[in-house]
Design a protein around this ligand. Structure first.
Ligand SMILES: Cc1ncc(COP(=O)(O)O)c(C=O)c1O
Length: 397
């Protein structure tokens, strides 16, 4: 059978693939230390689970309005107003099956063949593939580790062409754990206004910040900026609800209407039960987040300190999200018992095969020097995994 060309343009999500391999090894009884997973190890908060149970018992198990129930859309509107001073009408908010689905709806509604979207590198794996799936072209903006992966507005402007439609803004970012300061957001907003671009602001890690930092949505920099920003968010990371599949988008009415129409002809509504649960998460989940982030912070410090103590490894302290993104260039080119470790992928394969540690290599994020380790796993696992990495790196000659 001849498949559509677009299907051949993309690969399965490498992060999900590595997590699946690690889980399959564990299921076979192999003692794997899994740093690959992009999800909190915490359980979903009890009141959220109770809301879902109540929804099932009450028979709230049928189709809902395609863009989500009024109660959840209003809760999202109230949240964005209370936290960021943003004002949206219901027609400007669409609830989908995860933030990934919101981003996909957006790509479908926005992009045509030949359109370009600028993505700062390193980037979350699905941005580029979703753009390719919609016949458009991802344009990569290099950033520098030593500058904390900050965006240089001049370098960004040089990449803008007549076909540029949007810029992706992901702060806190996956895989770097870096956050943009207000001055960076202001420069990006100014550029978007001047060059007539859409800002796609993926704020899925907004609640996972350290050292007292708070989140600023780029949309909050003024009504004219909000008018050209789509805020993407969801409950997966903040409330340990990755499996519930609830994300949302808020932004300009014409674009959000197009996204709503696409959703109504593709998936219809996100899960009715999860929507009820998400209302409670957004309204009552603050204390849970605080506890989880305090624990992530402890783990972050241990993991980064251990990595930096390993000869050949250099790791920045992430300021948000739950990933360490160490630079491994000091080890690339060395020999393992099974051959040369030339790339992060070679290193990840060596770690998995010989030491049963799952990490994600940097290549799918746009880096040929890094690997990504999630510290959304227990402290005991982190210590055990770091001991194994230590041993693994010592065997390289
Ligand atoms: C940067 C980023 N955006 C979006 C998502 C998707 O989240 P969701 O589970 O809501 O689809 C992820 C998940 O890993 C992510 O890392």
């Amino acid at each position: 059978m001849k498949l559509a060309a677009r299907a051949g343009r993309i690969v399965p999500s490498p992060t999900l693939a590595m997590a699946a391999t690690a889980k399959a090894m564990a299921a076979r009884g192999i003692d794997v230390v899994d740093f690959s997973s992009g999800e909190p190890d915490f359980d979903t908060p009890e009141p959220v689970k109770a809301a879902a149970e109540a929804a099932i018992r009450a028979g709230f198990t049928k189709y809902t309005p395609s863009s989500g129930i009024d109660e959840l859309r209003q809760t999202i509107i109230d949240k964005l107003q209370a936290e960021q001073g943003l004002r949206y009408e219901k027609s400007q908010v669409v609830v989908s099956c995860g933030a990934k689905h919101s981003l996909y709806n957006l790509a479908e509604a926005l992009l045509e063949a030949g359109d370009e979207v600028i993505i700062p590198v390193p980037y979350w794996v699905s941005y580029a593939d979703q753009i390719l799936l919609n016949d458009a072209t991802p344009v990569f903006l290099p950033t520098r580790e030593e500058d904390g992966y900050a965006i240089d507005a001049h370098e960004l402007e040089r990449l803008i062409t007549t076909r540029t439609k949007a810029i992706i803004v992901n702060s806190p970012g996956n895989p770097t754990g870096a956050t943009y300061d207000r001055a960076t957001l202001e420069r990006l907003a100014e550029l978007a206004l001047r060059r007539d671009l859409l800002l796609i602001s993926d704020e899925i890690y907004e609640k996972i910040l350290y050292d007292g930092a708070t989140h600023t949505s780029i949309a909050s920099l003024g009504p004219e900026v909000a008018a050209r920003t789509v805020v993407i968010n969801g409950v997966s990371k903040a409330y340990a609800m990755t499996g519930w599949r609830i994300g949302y988008a808020a932004g300009p009415k014409d674009l959000l209407t197009a996204m709503a129409n696409i959703q109504s002809q593709s998936t219809s509504n996100p899960c009715s039960i999860s929507q009820k649960a998400a209302v409670v998460a957004l309204r009552e989940g603050g204390v849970f987040i605080e506890k989880m982030v305090t624990e992530f912070d402890r783990r972050r410090r241990v993991m980064v300190a251990r990595l930096n103590a390993m000869p050949g490894v250099r790791c920045r302290m992430p300021t948000g999200a739950f990933y360490a993104f160490p630079n491994m260039s000091g080890l690339l080119g060395r020999q393992s018992p099974s051959g040369t470790i030339a790339t992060p992928t070679d290193l990840a394969n060596y770690l998995l095969q010989a030491f049963k540690v799952a990490v994600v290599p940097g290549e799918p994020f746009g880096s040929t020097q890094h690997i990504r380790l999630s510290y959304a796993t227990s402290m005991e696992t982190i210590v055990r995994g770091m001991d194994r990495l230590d041993a693994a790196f010592k065997q390289l000659t």
